[in-house]
Design a protein around this ligand. Structure first.
Ligand SMILES: Nc1ncnc2c1ncn2[C@@H]1O[C@H](COP(=O)(O)OP(=O)(O)OP(=O)(O)O)[C@@H](O)[C@H]1O
Length: 265
């Protein structure tokens, strides 16, 4: 069995996270660990609490209880913007791109570059040239320059290309962690392949990734470790090399219990 306790300090941890929605306990004392440079897949049945976990670590919700640490320091994000400011970028299932805006505008949405000047930030003119240049650089860094025109509206791109823009944006600005919620769910075979390659590219640049996915072949292809979530908490962490996809599904549905060494604290 592979030793699943990496020696490095985790980049991001969650301890004892609780989130209640009325009587529903979406997170029930959940723990979480992400290590440097790894792709950590989070899998679980519908309603297991994966999205709630990811929302907690990306600032979209505040847990009722528990502690989140980034680089060993306790953090408490009041909004996704605050999490972004700390280097945690999230690519949501719904993408959060503005279809009518250009690729460059989308990449800089909410953090537009402005020309220098004496006036307050919001009164200075946008520096379109710099944004377009940097957007082009970021996309080509990730091998995404099949997109010809950076001024093209996002609504004219294919699903895979849109996902590419969202991932490139996250990779460009996420200085510490990238979280991806079902990045291949709405994509065809070829486009999914490109996104999986992108995940590998981002990982190769040393950035750890949290990947939530129901797609077991994709999870088994790219994940270094798999966090299995059940009934609002982490049940176990497994190495995809040591288990089959049907083992993973059996653990997540409760059809089979994981061996003691994989059980999470
Ligand atoms: N805003 C909300 N209001 C009320 N209940 C919620 C809310 N968000 C999540 N829940 C409940 O919390 C539980 C966990 O939901 P969550 O979306 O985190 O699960 P999930 O593992 O991501 O599921 P799926 O795979 O279906 O997306 C579910 O019972 C869900 O109905």
């Amino acid at each position: 069995m592979t030793n699943l306790q990496p020696v490095a300090q985790p980049v991001l941890t969650g301890r004892g996270l609780v989130k209640r929605y009325g009587r529903v306990v979406a997170l029930d004392n959940a723990n979480f660990d992400l290590y440097p440079g790894e792709v950590l897949a989070v899998i679980g049945d519908n309603g297991a609490g994966k999205t709630t976990l990811i929302k907690a670590i990306s600032g979209a919700i505040r847990p009722d209880e528990g502690e989140i640490r980034l680089d060993g320091k306790p953090v408490s994000f009041r909004s996704p913007l605050e999490a972004r400011e700390h280097g945690i970028e999230t690519v949501y299932q719904t993408l959060a791109l503005s279809p009518a805006l250009s690729i460059a505008d989308n990449m800089f949405l909410g953090r537009e570059l402005r020309k220098p000047g004496f006036m307050g930030r919001w009164f200075r003119a946008l520096d379109r040239e710099a944004m377009e240049r940097q957007a082009r650089e970021k996309l080509s860094d990730l091998g995404l320059m099949t997109i010809q025109n950076i001024g093209q509206a996002v609504e004219t791109l294919s699903g895979g290309q849109r996902q590419g823009v969202a991932v490139a944006r996250a990779a460009a600005f996420g200085s510490k962690v990238i979280v991806m919620d079902e990045p291949t769910a709405a994509l065809g075979v070829k486009e999914s392949r490109r996104v999986l390659e992108l995940i590998q590219d981002v990982k190769a640049r040393g950035m750890p990734i949290v990947l939530i996915s129901h797609n077991m072949p994709h999870v088994f292809e790219v994940a270094d470790r798999i966090h299995v979530h059940r009934l609002g908490r982490r049940l176990c962490v497994i190495d995809p090399k040591d288990y089959t996809m049907s083992d993973a599904v059996a653990f997540m549905t409760g059809a089979k219990e994981p061996p003691a060494e994989a059980m999470a604290a």
